[in-house]
Write a protein that binds this ligand. Structure first.
Ligand SMILES: Cc1cc2nc3c(=O)[nH]c(=O)nc-3n(C[C@H](O)[C@H](O)[C@H](O)COP(=O)(O)OP(=O)(O)OC[C@H]3O[C@@H](n4cnc5c(N)ncnc54)[C@H](O)[C@@H]3O)c2cc1C
Ligand code: FES
Length: 354
């Protein structure tokens, strides 16, 4: 039974496959439906049930806190068709996009590696290639873990059957407990993607400021790879602030050092430690990386306020900001980018990991 979705710009019929959310069915049809996390936390995919009923799979989803459930509001990423006719109203402009459409693909974990005590990377070989943009994510599902989890691609290729991810362990977390329980190599995983609008492309003709907390660096690695390959840093500067707890919690440090040296210094990377005071100004093993202390969004604000490198703040054209990590860090970093780096909201792209 198809679902009718009324929007500010048209009415669309959506036919979810069994077990598929209304959001995923609409996105797979190319509809530009509103969403951010695609996994029940942000509240962005709000729709109101006008007639009929839907099934809500995760009743306790945090995103419901922002909705008027008594008026029939649902999260489309948690809503499924229940067999009857149904009309939903989405208070947004929704069009049919020409861009590559997200799809369901299966994959097998072909490699996994512990990068620090609580961070693991894994490579997923897909049954068929997926097109994606630097900074995008997929929603993964695995047998035995209820619901989907969003993970950003670390690598970049316009289309690839190999996706690389990095996951920070959340004690008691469903997916991270599963991943860290043993060697996940050989496990079958479902993905839906590519998703997300916090992306970089070579048409982005700006200096770049990155503020990432913990595994928030995942999509930023993809963005830096894409930008470096496009020659972006021969024309522009980049400032990367990467927050971890201690020196021992840093990862992807040789890759980040490579971006600094390869760009001839146009990219500056500061590893910001929240729970340790560094002995020097630069990483003892990766001297291309600067060290800072405190919360990453505060350290970024301070460094940007000091104006080094001044060209980032003095240019008439504002920089482009990318932010990812835990929600309080993301909110703080967005405030800093708006007020200190004077980056307009339209040029700040972010993913909240929760
Ligand atoms: C856009 C985006 C990109 C992300 N990228 C990364 C990344 O690259 N690396 C990384 O480490 N983390 C990333 N995260 C966070 C990641 O999605 C997980 O929240 C985190 O790994 C913890 O998952 P968990 O299963 O261990 O914890 P849990 O607490 O079990 O689950 C966390 C999340 O899973 C979903 N969930 C939980 N229970 C249910 C349920 N019953 N039904 C449906 N859904 C449920 C919810 O979204 C919840 O917030 C990203 C998040 C977002 C939104
Ligand atoms: S997109 Fe559905 S709650 Fe975030």
């Amino acid at each position: 039974m198809s679902i009718k979705i009324e929007t500010k710009t048209g009415v669309y019929d959506v036919s979810p496959a069994p077990g598929e959310s209304i959001l995923f069915a609409g996105l797979a049809q190319g509809l530009t439906l509103p969403y951010e996390c695609a996994t029940g936390t942000c509240g962005t995919c709000r729709a109101r049930v006008m007639t009929g009923e839907v099934d809500v799979r995760w009743d306790a989803a945090p995103g419901f806190a922002k909705l008027k459930r008594d008026k029939g509001d649902v999260l489309m990423c948690q809503a499924h068709a229940n067999g009857g006719a149904c009309v939903l109203r989405v208070p947004a402009d929704v069009l049919v996009s020409d861009a590559a459409r997200p799809a369901h693909i299966t994959g097998t974990i072909v490699a996994a590696e512990r990068l620090t005590a609580d961070v693991m990377s894994f490579d997923l070989r897909l049954a068929s290639p997926m097109a994606f943009e630097a900074g995008q994510f997929v929603v993964v599902t695995v047998e035995g873990v209820t619901g989907g989890r969003a993970y950003s691609m670390v690598n970049y290729a316009p289309s690839s059957d190999l996706l690389q991810f990095v996951v920070k362990r959340k004690p008691g977390g469903g997916f991270s407990d599963w991943l860290f329980a043993g060697d996940p190599a050989g496990a079958k995983i479902g993905v839906f993607g590519a998703l997300g609008r916090a992306t970089y492309g070579p048409r982005d003709d700006h200096d770049i400021v990155v503020v990432a907390g913990g595994s928030g660096i995942a999509g930023m690695m993809s963005i830096l790879d894409r930008a470096t390959a496009a020659g972006h840093f021969s024309r522009h500067r980049g400032r990367v602030f990467f927050g971890v707890r201690t020196l021992a919690d840093g990862f992807y440090l040789s890759e980040l050092s490579r971006h600094v040296t390869q760009s001839g210094g146009a990219v500056e990377v500061t590893l910001v430690l929240s729970h340790e005071t560094p002995a020097g100004t630069h990483h003892p093993d990766f001297p291309a990386l600067k060290l800072g202390t405190g919360f990453v969004h505060e350290a970024a604000a301070q460094a940007l306020a000091e104006g080094a490198p001044s060209s980032l703040l003095d240019k008439p054209e504002p920089a482009l900001g990318f932010v990812a990590g835990p929600p309080p860090m993301v909110d703080g970093a967005i405030r800093s980018l708006l007020t200190v780096a004077r980056i307009p909201a339209r040029l700040i792209r972010y993913d909240k990991f929760g």
